[in-house]
Design a protein around this ligand. Sequence first.
Ligand code: NIG
Ligand code: FE
Length: 417
Amino acid sequence: MVRAFDAPTLLVTNIGELVTPVGAGPHKGSAQARLWRLPDAAVAVREGRIVWVGPRAEWQGEVAREVDAAGRVVLPGLVDPHTHAVWAGDRLDDFEARARGISYEEILAAGGGIYHTVRQTTQADVGALVALALPRMRRLLRSGATTVEVKSGYGLAPAAELKLLRAIRRLCQEAEADIVPTLLVHVPPPEGRAAYVEEVVRSLLPAVAREGLAVAVDIFVEREAFTVAEAERVLRAAQEHGLAVKLHADQFHALGGVELGVRLGALSVDHLEASGPPQIAALAKSRTVGVLLPGVSLHLGIPPAPGRVLVDAGAAVAVGTDLNPGSSPLFSAQLALALAVRLNGLSPAEALVAATANAAAALDLADRGRVEPGCRADLLVLDSHDWRDLAYTLGADDLIARVFVAGKQVHPQEGEP
Ligand code: NIG
Ligand code: FE
């Protein structure tokens, strides 16, 4: 029983069905499909945290405010564990070139692609970058993402990367979703890559750690990006500064990035489109989360990551949008979840855990991604009586009727229907 003097501020009631993963992730193998489903439920919230979950008829306390879910489904807010939401300019010329048959890797190897976005992004100041990123964050929020990881990576030069991380810090203050900042060591400069790696290790990482600008460091291991040896040097240095690590690995070629991530205890290895049996076996034995990015397969036409095989082998998988201008202009966490069913072979239940508890684990966050007492009150009201609509529906921007972040309704906003 909740006593009157510590009464919850909010009761979400008349929930037709509450659907949630149970316990903090990573949920591996068959546990990835495990959901708790409670009909006729209610959720009580105090000071942004869930304090009670149970059958509606059992709630007896006082509340300051009630939200009537009108018999619909309530789910935990989605966690988008992988975005590059801060960039300037566009990649529309790349898009047209790719439609003519030139590949993403060819464009990158010729100094375009990511390098093009780096040139455009380094010209923008922090204010302009924040102004560009805020509406992107709003679109993700509208799609159900109440926590969003945002990477730097379009600065390249250490000073420019620090500028991007400062823009992300401003975004943390101004966006409604909770934002998790990551330093991304994205591509080497066209000349002097050894000196660049040294500069990252000796000056960028210490500055990021000193100013608390990121919680994790990510690096892109690929033929046109960094080698496994370079990544190991950067990520070990990051760990010495107390930063978590993760990798962009096996996007086009399985070069050993996944195995390195597992060896270092990375929070996640992301992409995995080119992963095969050795990488799948390595992940299955670890607590490192494999992050699926189906928007990349859709946009670039590359093979989807083997989500089904990963889960069957006993690995934990998460799903993210990879929102970025080059490989995944995907502004919906719900659509990423829905694509993981079509492209990566997950079941709807596995996709829900991938987009919630396991995505939270990929960010080392144990207090979200599920509806349980003690967790943040990040909640979605689905405009449906069947939770599977979340994984089924493609392109309906009104599927998510309400979004709450830490107990506060952020969608619809006041004045919106
Ligand atoms: O996750 N692969 C590397 N980085 C991003 C794409 C960045 C870009 O093309 O601008 C990704 O796919
Ligand atoms: Fe990415």
